[in-house]
Structures are given as C-alpha cells and as structure tokens.
Unconditional design. Structure first.
Length: 717
C-alpha cells in the first residue's frame, strides 16, 4: 500500500502534483524556520556559555601549580570591556582557552574587536590602560561574539592573587559554567516558543491542504473495498512524501543561509557561523518529526472517513467546545499569581515556577481558543444586521475549532511577544543607563576593591588638568553605620550635586553623590554628619567622583588615569547606570529579537491563514455555488469569507495581547517588584502592520471565490 500511495501521490494528475508541490514548498519554509529557530537557541546558549566561562569557579582544593585568574569589567564609550588578569605559577599551570600561552607581566592578548579599537582610539583614552606588548588575538572559542571586547592581561602571581575575586584554577574550560539567570531563561524560552508554535501550526495547516477532496477520494476507495487501515496507510504515505521533500528542501535552505543569518545581530551581538549549529537531536526531530507529524495529521483527518464512507458527504455539526477548556489558562494565571510573595530563592526554582506558568497560559490559550471563538461567533450572530455577518457567525459557531485553527498561530505570536516586550521594556526603563548629556552620565566614580590608604594629591591635580573635567572630589568613609556610603566637608560638595543644610560643616552623601535609583540634583539637601571637617580629612577615601562635560574624551581619560593609579580596582570608574546598561543592552537586543519573532510569526500565521482560507474556498465551492444560483451576490460571499477570518483574528489579537501584558505584569511583580510599563509606539505599529498584512493575505484569496463558484461547479458536483 505504501508503493501504491507513492504512485497515487506522484501520478495522480496535475491536481495531485500541484498539491504535492505546494505542500512540499510550505513544509520547506516551515522546516527551514524551525531549523533556524533551533540553531538560534543553540547559538544564544553557546554565546552565553562562553561569556559565563570568563567567571570560572575555584576548585575546593588548591592545585600544585595553579593559574591565578581575576575577571574585572571596564567601559569605553559605553561599551563593556571584560578584563581577565592571569598569572602562571609554574610550567604545569593551565593555559587560558583561545591563546597559545599564558601572558607574563607586561604582556596581553586582545580580542579582534578590542585590537581594532586600540588601534583607532587615542592611547590616553584606552591603550595606556594595558601597558606592555600585545602578543596577538584571542581565539573565537573564548569570545561570546565577534564584537566582544576582551583582554587577557599577564601579571605576577602575587599581584593577581590580590585582585578582585581572584581564584586559583587547576583547569580552564573543563567545567561547564552556569547558564543565564531566570529572566534570560524565561525570555529566551518564551521567544523561542513564540516562533516554534506558529511554525508547527503552519506545517500542520499545509499538510491539510485539500483535505476534503482527499476525504472524498478515500471514501470512494473504501466503498469499492479498501479497508480503513489501507486508507490510513495511503493517506499517511502521501502526506509524509510531501513532508519529506519539504524537509529536505528546508535543510538545504538552512545551510545555504546559515552564515548570513549568524551575522545578523538579532540579540544585539552577532553570532559566529559555527554557533548556528544543529545538535544531532535537533536534526533528527525535524527530519523525522515533521514527516511523522504530517502523516499523523493525515491519519487524524480521516476520522470521518473511517466512521462511514458516506460520512464525507453527510456532514454533521461537530460537538461544541466546553468551558472546561479555560481551566489550563486559569491555572497558569494562578501559578504566576502565587509566585507573588512566594518566589523561590534559587534561579532554578524561579525558572521552575515561572516557565511552566507561562507555558500553561500558552497551552490554555490554544485549548480555550475554540471556546472563545464559539462565544464570539454566537455574540456576533445575536447582533448581526446583515446576511453576510449572520452566515459567517453561524458557520464559525457550528465549527469553531476549524475557525480557530487558522488563527491560533497569531494568538501565540502576539501573546509571546507581548510578554517578552512588556518584561524587557519595564526592565530597561527601571534599570537603564543614564541619558547622554545628563549630569548622571557626565559623572564618573571609582569602585575600589579595597579602600586605598591615601589618594595622592598629584592624582587629583592630574584629573583636574584633563580638558573637559569640571569637578574632582574625594568622598571619605562614613564611620557611622546605617548612613550613606560616605562623608564629605560641605565646602567640597560641587553645587551640581546638592548642598548642606545651613550651619552644617560635614554631610553624609552617596558614594557618587547620586543615591540608588535616583538622579543628581542641585536642590538636594544632604543630611548632616556629627564630624568636623578636620576629622573627615583623616578618614580613608571610599570614592573619587569626577564630573565631566559628558563627552567621550575626558570620560575615557579619567578612566585610564584611575586604572593606572589603582591597579587593583574593581571598576576603574563608571557612570550611574553603566553596569545596568550591559543588561539593558542585552535586553534591548532581545527586544529586537522579539520584534523579529513577531514579524516572522505574523507572516507565518498569515500564510497559514491564507492556506486555510484558500483550502476552505475549494472545499466549500459547491455550497457557495448553490448560494450564487439562488441570487446571492459574490460580494456577499466575499464578506462572509472575510468576516469568518478577520473577526476571530482581531478578537484573538486583543485577547492575546491582554493576556501577554497580564502575564508580564505578574512575572515582574513576583520576580522584581516592578509594575509593568507599557511598550512604546514601535510595538503597536509592528502589531498593526502585521495584522494588516494578515488582512491583506486574506483579501488576496478572495478573487479565487468567483472562479470556483460558477454554475458549472454546481452542475459538476
């Protein structure tokens, strides 16, 4: 029967060959996107893994000849530079991955992007931070991205051992590091699911092309003696053959465009081409799973044929969906609500509660979709004022599962991207960097690893001499617990950062004059400290605050001067929000990825919708032809088809976006105690344009209606 099924699919005339080709092409697009999605997830994980490998764990026991390792962070013009100081203690010390040997004192290796920056930036702004000989480039196997700014600096063991978070390592790169935090896992998993589900729905829709025509043909075969099992084998063979051809073409498309896709900074940073790889399991899932799914879809679609050969023409209204379909959706909302006030402490525990909650909502939306479609159709029928509206509403109410199937991809795409964009927009707004040109952005402050015993007066004079530097202030350690980080004589507070109360000599201030999650203010009145100015001068310095004009040159010259003056710095100097900007930059990249996902998902959903509408027109050409014979204008039939697709799609869009923002709000409240901040106009423009494109796709199928519903159709059928 398999051989007969293949022959029937290939030699069934022009109609069969056209159907086979269209299904294969549709499956090729879906399979190609599925492969890109899986490879993209692997690429992001590889990128994050290499980044985490720069922060290795120290072994429990001290090795005989360890490699001393210290990872610190620096900035240049808003870009993060990762600095790794290493020191070998003997010939048996391990060598860092990506370089031929461990650099010694006065030597360093730089990533290609940093080497290019060192060659173009003035030495006083960047190059002087790494005195000595540049030994060459760091290999790709160490870099998170081709654009990564990384430097591996050699030093003496005694010096590196005193640096921030120094650790002695017996091996380098042997133990896999911990992967991203909860927010990263969540966003990545949800965004990947946002494309996977529409792709799978698109593939399933494509394999159901001309389902009614095939059911009629298989019912006729059963009437002449074919058994239900033989019919199932033939149907599965025909569907699997088209899917196999499509999957093969999908693999070819993936490998043809993989290199170009890797260079697109979907997450803010481009990937290496090798990162866009498929694990054997990924390839097997697509190569076997898609054809198997197509065969299963064909088998399920023949349920009515197996009941009775005549059941194909004797249609029965399906059983309406029940309200119990809302239960998984409500459970998912309850899980996220429960997490508020009951958030697990560990990252794994948080992922274990948030990700299932979101997946439950996604599954609940799909499961509840037919019930919501039926409820909306019945409401539309009660309020109908025109024949087209009434016919469309009755058809949707009679078979809401078929009506929802075509738009389920749109619902998932909008839900997923609404969650991702809502979470990312809020985090960026709450934890983003200071705006360029503001006092915050123009303020640099040190972050010492240890309190320096003294600050040379020559350093303060050197900083003041840098063009563009406006103020240089030393903040001293606060001996009173429970106050701000430092104390300072009132006469030394630059006016731009506030003042003391009248009659006060010493004030308690923030380490950089800018309290946490606030901005600099000239009107701020700092609280008094029970100290004298003479006593403050004898206290250790906790930070040096430098106010600049906000331009790049003075900011970077200040960083270079401070990094040379205090080699054991944690961060040489940073502006408020710069640490947060590394996260927000990454999140902004994922927001960009979410925008790409929503465009791709809506495009796929539109294609699924077009396939469904076109297939429905072909399958319903006889009843539509009979309606035309009774005098119904073609324009009315077009409105029926448009309403059957457009009304559920727009309704589902509103529900999906609302549920997405609700899930984002619950997650933000539980995880970070943030309140959702609505996305900007860009998000809504993308949604409107995407839905408009779907409506355009629906409209493009309507001219087919007049051609397939002529009087000859009614006679021939």
């Amino acid at each position: 029967m398999i051989r007969f099924g293949i022959r029937l699919a290939v030699s069934g005339g022009r109609e069969a060959l056209t159907r086979l080709t269209i299904i294969a092409l549709a499956v090729a697009v879906g399979a190609g996107l599925l492969l890109v999605t899986l490879a993209g997830v692997n690429a992001v994980n590889a990128q994050l893994t290499r980044d985490a490998a720069l922060f290795p764990k120290q072994p429990a026991t001290t090795p005989a000849e360890p490699l001393w390792w210290s990872t610190r962070q620096d900035f240049f013009d808003g870009e993060l530079i990762t600095r790794v100081d290493v020191a070998a203690t003997g010939p048996g010390s391990p060598t860092p991955v990506g370089i031929p040997r461990t650099p010694g004192p006065g030597e360093f290796y730089a990533s290609p992007a940093l080497a290019k920056l060192l060659a173009t930036a003035p030495p006083q702004q960047l190059g002087d931070r790494y005195p000595g000989q540049n030994l060459g480039m760091i290999g790709d196997q160490t870099l998170a991205s081709p654009d990564s700014l990384l430097v591996i600096v050699g030093g003496a063991p005694g010096e590196v051992a005193k640096l921030p978070h120094a650790r002695h390592l017996a091996t380098v790169g042997g133990e896999p590091p911990a992967l991203p935090e909860t927010v990263v896992d969540l966003i990545l998993g949800v965004i990947a699911g946002g494309l996977l589900f529409p792709v799978l729905i698109f593939i399933g829709t494509a394999t159901r092309l001309s389902a009614a025509r095939r059911e009629q043909r298989f019912a006729a075969m059963q009437l002449v003696g074919a058994t239900p099992r033989q019919i199932s084998v033939i149907a599965a063979t025909e569907a699997a053959l088209a899917a196999l051809a499509g999957v093969a073409l999908g693999f070819a498309l993936f490998y043809a465009f993989r290199g170009r896709l890797a260079g697109i900074p979907f997450t803010g940073d481009p990937f290496f081409p090798a990162d866009m790889s498929l694990r054997p399991l990924d390839a097997l899932v697509v190569a076997i799973g898609v054809p198997a799914g197509a065969a299963l879809a064909a088998w399920v679609s023949l349920a009515r044929v197996r009941i009775s050969p005549l059941g194909v023409t004797r249609r029965v209204t399906p059983r309406p969906p029940r309200a119990w379909r809302l239960i998984p959706l409500l459970i998912g909302i309850a899980v996220l609500t429960f997490a508020i006030g009951h958030r697990p402490e560990t990252s794994g525990g948080q992922t274990a509660i948030f990700l299932p909650g979101l997946l439950l909502i996604m599954a609940g939306l799909v499961l509840a979709g037919p019930w919501l479609t039926m409820a909306g159709a019945r409401l539309m029928a009660r309020r109908a004022r025109h024949p087209a509206t009434l016919i469309a509403a009755r058809r949707l109410a009679d078979n809401p599962k078929a009506g929802f199937r075509a738009i389920s991809g749109i619902m998932l795409a909008l839900f997923v991207t609404s969650v991702a964009v809502g979470v990312i927009t809020t985090i960026v707004a709450e934890r983003g960097p200071a705006q360029r040109g503001s006092t915050d952005a123009a303020t640099l402050s040190t972050a010492f690893y240890q309190e320096p015993p003294t600050v040379p007066g020559t350093l303060l004079a050197e900083l003041r001499a840098i063009p563009g530097v406006r103020t240089v202030t030393a903040v001293h350690s606060n001996p009173v617990r429970g106050g701000e980080a430092g104390v300072i004589a009132c006469a030394d507070i630059p006016p731009v950062y506030g003042r003391c109360a009248d009659g006060t000599d010493v004030a308690v201030v923030a380490g950089n004059f800018i309290p946490w999650r606030e901005s600099a203010s000239a009107s701020r009145v700092w609280p008094a400290a029970p100290l004298t100015a003479a006593a403050v001068a004898k206290l250790p310095v906790v930070s040096i605050v430098v106010g600049t004009d906000g331009s790049t040159a003075p900011r970077e010259r200040v960083r270079t001067a401070l990094s040379l003056a205090f080699p054991d710095f944690w961060v040489a100097a940073n502006a408020p929000g710069e640490f947060e900007s590394t996260l927000t930059d990454q999140l902004s990249g994922w927001k960009q990825l979410a925008d790409v996902i929503i465009i791709a998902s809506l495009a796929l959903a539109g294609c699924s919708l077009a396939v469904s509408v076109a297939g429905g027109l072909t399958e319903r050409k006889r009843p539509f032809s009979l309606l035309r014979l009774t005098g119904v204008p073609v324009s009315v039939l077009r409105r029926v088809v448009a309403l059957e697709s457009a009304v559920p799609m727009l309704t589902v869009a509103v529900v999906a976006i609302g549920m997405g923002f609700l899930a984002a709000q619950l997650f933000l409240r539980a995880q970070m105690d943030y309140t959702l901040i609505a996305p900007g106009a860009e998000y809504y423009v993308i949604v409107v344009l995407g839905l408009g494109g779907c409506l355009g796709i629906i409209a493009s199928t309507l001219p087919l209606l007049e051609r397939v519903t002529g009087p000859e159709t009614a006679r021939s059928e």
